[in-house]
Design a binder for this molecule. Structure first.
Ligand code: C2E
Ligand code: MG
Ligand code: MG
Ligand code: MG
Length: 291
């Protein structure tokens, strides 16, 4: 045990550690109240159809605007939320908000699929599919308008709880996408049985497309694998025209990334989809309108 005797004491608590710990605690506490205080929002990033170049969907991405710290990225606060047991409340809010937004856009004539990201904690919870079904119903939204993105490492977690959730999600009719594909360890046999409609190739491969032969080979193989399994394939993190050209040549179905648009608030997304795009971004037809 640490024994304190005069100047020779063992340091167990340094001032900088103290401030870090209390800063963490403060952030955790702030996060607990962030939803109720209206600091949590969803931004939406377009997914563009490879052949027609039109927007066919968006991915909803969490944003936390902290009163003092400003915008905090989900990579920071999702991990906090998972550690402190707030992730289910946060995930439930996302489900509700995405369905509300889908209904609102549809009322304005914008028809497209909205993707949400699911945490492993949500998949292990019983009743996720029922919760989603209820939210869809409450907002009068069809299940096939919602797509759930699940990272490859989680999707491959072959446990009874996650398997049951996948089956329930399939049964209620929402779409499933395997996110960050290529970074986990897929069992091809398990992948074959997953009720997914989409594979999303991880950004790290897209980033290296123009410079690395290996990355090109992997992406080409994933496109082939996806199509052989009857899945659509999406590239995330497309930043350049060169990357887009390579992906279109490889018959990648959907593209998403800063080259097209960054994630943006719902009202900006509506304007963007209507063709009111800021200079410098690509111009696409608005085929999602109508109906
Ligand atoms: P993700 O689902 O793989 O989302 C893609 C991330 O890449 C987003 O970061 C997006 O803003 C970013 N991105 C998109 N295009 C580009 C590009 O061209 N270049 C670069 N460098 N980045 C690009 P973001 O919004 O910071 O989200 C990070 C991660 O946080 C997400 O990765 C997802 O795993 C998680 N996340 C976000 N929202 C939610 C949510 O509602 N629930 C859960 N459970 N996780 C979420
Ligand atoms: Mg995602
Ligand atoms: Mg991703
Ligand atoms: Mg990724």
């Amino acid at each position: 045990a640490a024994k304190r005797n005069g100047g020779n004491s063992i340091v167990v608590f340094e001032p900088h550690m103290g401030s870090d710990a209390s800063a963490q605690l403060e952030l955790q506490n702030d996060l607990r109240h962030a939803i109720a205080r209206g600091q949590i929002t969803l931004h939406y990033q377009p997914k563009v159809d490879g052949s027609s170049g039109s927007i066919i969907g968006v991915e909803a991405l969490l944003r936390w605007v902290h009163p003092e710290r400003g915008m905090i990225s989900p990579d920071t606060f999702i991990a906090l939320a998972e550690r402190f047991g707030i992730i289910l409340a946060l995930g439930n809010w996302v489900i509700e908000e995405a369905c509300r937004q889908l209904a609102q856009w549809r009322a304005l004539g914008l028809h497209m699929r909205v993707a949400i990201n699911l945490s492993v904690h949500q998949l292990r919870e019983t009743g996720l599919a029922q919760r989603i079904a209820t939210a869809l119903q409450n907002h009068g939204v069809d299940a096939d308008q919602l797509l759930c993105e699940i990272t490859e490492s989680i999707a491959m977690e072959d446990t009874l709880a996650t398997q049951r959730t996948f089956e329930e999600l399939r049964d209620i009719g929402v779409y499933l996408s395997i996110d960050d594909f290529g970074t986990g360890y897929s069992s091809l046999n398990y992948l074959r049985q997953l009720p997914a409609q989409q594979l999303k190739i991880d950004r790290s491969f897209i980033r290296d497309l123009e410079t690395e032969e290996d990355a090109r080979a992997v992406v080409q193989a994933v496109v082939g694998l996806a199509h052989a399994l009857g899945l659509r394939v999406v590239a995330e993190g497309v930043e350049t025209a060169g990357q887009r050209d390579i992906l279109l040549n490889m018959r990648c179905d959907e593209l998403q990334g800063y080259f097209y648009a960054r994630p943006m608030p719902a009202d900006m997304l509506l304007a963007w989809a209507r063709g009111d795009k800021p200079a410098g971004t690509a111009d696409f037809s608005d085929s999602v309108f109508g109906g």
